[in-house]
Design a protein around this ligand. Structure first.
Ligand SMILES: Cc1cc2nc3c(=O)[nH]c(=O)nc-3n(C[C@H](O)[C@H](O)[C@H](O)COP(=O)(O)O)c2cc1C
Length: 376
């Protein structure tokens, strides 16, 4: 019952999809019978190539996926042909820069030691970045390429299909899902309000059946608020062909999340997240921190549009990461990251494979209890 057509198509045991930026999580989920999907947005082509070679050496032919981000709208970047981070920096108001410096000073965040390599602020979602990631993915044994924040462009869909792989795309509204399917997307990921990361305003309970009905017979994966078998059973009852989870892996033993962040996530309740534009300029659900509070519009300027906000804050976030030693020190109180409301149930750090198996077992218990009840 859990092994369905989608599993057959992808060569996996369970329709459990794990989005993670961490290759060890991807490997562990694939080994447990799900499909790990590596989030590549912050990588360049060389890094992705290296990561995929390592994953493949571990997986011995098992399928896995790659996730890229090609936004439908990049407010500022679209106006420039040849976009560079340097050019875009000129559009960042001084007030915003001094506000970031003020917040960091007030929290005793240390400067980066001289010679520290800087994280790029203009990541692969602009220019040719994502396209070169697709090229790399297609040189490897990637079974699925997923895209966030918009319908993948026709050349990406064509290239992926020509090489015999599948394309998936995230949608937060039924009309986005329709657009994806009209463009040739093979799997729609219906992501509800509860989800970690960039997310819309419609909750999973309402969104999943809406999208299923809109795109049927195209398979839909349910995303947002799923961390266990009961939630998985609910998602499948709503018509999903599988689940796509992102948050639940952040506290697993394999996850490379910052140790202070892991500690915070393990303690957080489902009320401790908020949708904030403070990381990228678009609303993204994350753990509530003094950083998100600093950008809630009460004490300082509003966040900038994507991609300027990321360029504005990238170094600040790198400094916070390096300086945070505990959840209650100044930098630790600023330290955060994307996570969904399911964080309230992420209370123990387990191996990622165990999370998969617990989900499967709990799903089967629910399915059995339903069929027992119906027999009476
Ligand atoms: C830390 C984090 C980073 C994310 N980054 C991306 C991303 O780069 N691309 C993407 O397609 N989705 C991204 N997402 C969303 C996930 O793919 C997934 O849809 C979402 O986490 C599902 O909801 P859940 O958090 O309740 O499991 C991210 C989620 C988290 C928690």
């Amino acid at each position: 019952m859990l092994h369905n057509d989608l599993c057959e198509k992808l060569g996996i045991e369970f329709p459990i999809f794990a989005f993670s930026h961490c290759r060890d999580v991807v490997v562990a989920v694939c080994k447990a019978g799900g499909l790990g999907v590596l989030g590549a947005v912050e990588m360049d082509a060389e890094q992705l190539d290296r990561e995929l070679s390592i994953i493949e050496a571990e997986l011995d032919g098992r399928p896995y996926g790659v996730d890229i981000v090609i936004p439908a709208k990049l407010a500022v970047a679209e106006e420039f042909g040849d976009i560079t981070e340097e050019k875009l920096r000129e559009f960042i108001p001084e007030d915003h820069q001094s506000y970031v410096a003020e917040v960091l000073d007030a929290h005793d965040v240390e400067p980066l030691p001289e010679g520290t390599p800087r994280r790029p602020g203009l990541i692969s979602w602009a220019g040719d970045g994502a396209s070169s990631l697709v090229d790399v993915a297609l040189k490897h044994d990637v079974a699925l390429i997923a895209n966030a924040l918009g319908t993948p462009p026709p050349d990406v869909v064509d290239r992926v299909h020509q090489s015999g792989r599948l394309v998936a795309a995230l949608a937060g509204k039924a009309r986005h899902a329709r657009k994806h399917v009209d463009a040739g997307v093979d799997i729609v990921i219906a992501q509800g309000y509860e989800a970690g990361g960039h997310t819309g305003e419609v909750a999973s309970m309402v969104l999943i059946p809406e999208i299923v009905d809109e795109v049927s017979p195209v398979p839909v994966l349910a995303a947002g608020g799923i961390g266990g078998g009961r939630q998985m059973a609910a998602a499948m009852a709503l018509g999903a062909s599988g689940v796509w989870c992102g948050s639940v892996w952040l506290t697993t033993q394999e996850s490379d999340s910052h140790p202070v962040l892991k500690e915070k996530l393990l303690k957080a309740s489902s009320s401790d997240t908020e949708r904030s534009r403070s990381l990228t300029g678009k609303p993204a659900r994350q753990i509530r921190t003094e950083w998100t509070e600093a950008w809630n519009g009460e004490s300082g300027p509003n966040p900038l549009e994507m991609p300027l906000q990321t360029i504005l804050v990238v170094e600040a976030l790198q400094r916070i990461d390096r300086s945070a030693k505990g959840p209650d020190d100044g930098p630790g109180r600023l330290l955060g990251g994307a996570v969904g409301q399911i964080v309230g149930r992420m209370n123990t750090s387990l191996p990622a494979g165990r999370v998969v198996m617990d989900m499967v077992e709990e799903f089967l218990e629910v399915a059995e209890s339903f069929s027992d009840e119906l027999d009476h």
